[in-house]
Design a protein around this ligand. Sequence first.
Ligand SMILES: [Fe+2]
Length: 296
Amino acid sequence: MSSARVSGLIQQVVAAMRPSAPGADPALQARMAIVLRHLLEAVEEAKLTEAELTGVCAFLDRIAEAKEWRFLTHVFGLDTLVTETTHGGEERRTVDNVEGPLYAAGAPEVASPALMMRPDEPGERLFLSGYVINTATGQPLPHALLDIWQSNAAGAYAEDDPGQPEWNFRRRVTADASGRYEIETVVPGCYEIGDASGLACGGLLQSLGRHRMRPGHIHLKLSAPGAQPMTTLLYFRGDPWIDDDSIFSVREDVTLTLTQHDDPAEMAARGVKAPFHTGHFDFAMEPTRTQVMQDA
Ligand SMILES: [Fe+2]
């Protein structure tokens, strides 16, 4: 509860935005009123001093200079909340999740079943499969496109790792005519986001006692004719950081339990020399509005 002084100040600051002024945007004014109210209340509650406010401004300048605003929104959970707000509301479909900064368009196109990486890639092999389903009909979506990217077993993305060839662990995989997809990959490793040396907000996170770890995950963008495109993430139980994601985006419904296979006959059948994992996940996509009207 703000003091009478701050309540009065909030009223003044909000009233300074005149709805009828030339060029005024009423929707923006309404949202800024919310932001300013919370900001002024927070400043009062935190008892921010003049010197601290100057420090905050200098910090925000450094964030802008280092282009780390998106990093900041990630580590404070804003991206997770905004993604859910943007795409939420339909329980039958797979939830959209944070895209992250490392998507690259134009990955090699391959048909399912698809190998995600160079054949001799180190790591625990994972065969991940399932169907892409239309939530309205419950039927598979033939030839759905899964644009997939992930790190290697050590948590490194190809573009940050000179030891990996270009497009390693990046593929555009086409599901078959029955809507089934299968990829052969490795279990992605957990990793630390941001480069500590270049982080303007690294000091802030350190002062807050925050780490920058993310559990291993697979990113996907899905598209299919008549379906709304989707961006999501898959996680894996047993990952050391699964309960402590620095961007708060892990969800139970997209966290997979993998099955380990160490039977030599199964290994031979899969063409691998070491025990491997299998995982299953069906993606549920919503039809586009036009498609819903055509089907009605
Ligand atoms: Fe990632």
